[in-house]
Design a protein around this ligand. Sequence first.
Ligand code: NAP
Length: 294
Amino acid sequence: MKLIDGKRISNDKRAEIKEKVGKIKQQTGEIPGLATILVGKDPASQVYIKSKIKACEDVGIKSFHHNLDENSPREEIIALIKKLNGNPEVNGILLQLPLPQNRDAEECINAISPLKDIDGLHPFNAGLLNLSKNWNEIIEKNILVSCTPLGVIHLLHKSNIAIEGKTAVVIGRSNLVGKPLSMLLLANNATVIMAHSRTRNLKEICKSADIIVAAIGKPKFVNKDFIKTGAAVIDVGISRTAEGLCGDIDFNAVKNMDIEITPVPGGVGPMTITMLLENTLKAFNNTEKQLFNK
Ligand code: NAP
């Protein structure tokens, strides 16, 4: 087994971002800014928000945090989003999901200006991703893509894992992870299979894959029987169990296989936050371009 070290790859990327932020400050006097919104007091969400704010501080991005009451009506969340849309110091807006009591977030997400939608969830950005012809176009057009999928692609690229022509199975089809990741793998010329809870013969399908990404949220769901020798295995899942944080892959059961694999924690998690910083920079540059019609 070869470990894909998300922490190291993420630290390298954060150092690059810090340098870019420093240059922006020096050349324009401006500081890219990220606004985070947390509705309620979910402990896991509080931890995520805290690490996002800390990561901003570490690279010199300004952060603006807003904590709304658990029972805040949708109108209040949308009013805050609209205020942030109009704030020139805020380049990216992150609404921490899920909303409490499983409230639907669609209207709130759609209220975020597409230029500040650093989670890539707005239909405008999701549409741009789906219409993009290849990876270069996604990069050149500075398209805002969901952070976790972007982080997964970055991990594969930085680990020199070939994607072109490979068979990739993505387990999970959420708008946040599975769908955008499938589009990114396709843009990198993989042959992509999107699997989900109604997929039949999942084990056999996975066994044919060169790249497996598990984004399900079921601890240790993927075991040896799903994985072929030589595969790259990316574990997006995070579940809190009695043993601590646990991914969707049964790490101990597969660790003696000849595969490359991301650990949990220390794999995809750090990359997600790093890509949030990267997207905030992208959003800053997109706004600059628009302002000066570059
Ligand atoms: P989600 O919206 O709940 O989606 C889960 C997906 O898994 C659904 O598409 C579902 O299929 C599929 N699924 C569930 N049971 C399955 C089964 N038995 N076989 C095959 N597919 C199955 O979750 P998400 O937001 O995509 O997140 C997935 C996991 O990634 C969670 O553990 C989450 O905590 C983690 N996550 C981690 C990061 C990170 O930074 N590392 C970021 C985001 C999410 P259906 O569509 O058919 O229901």
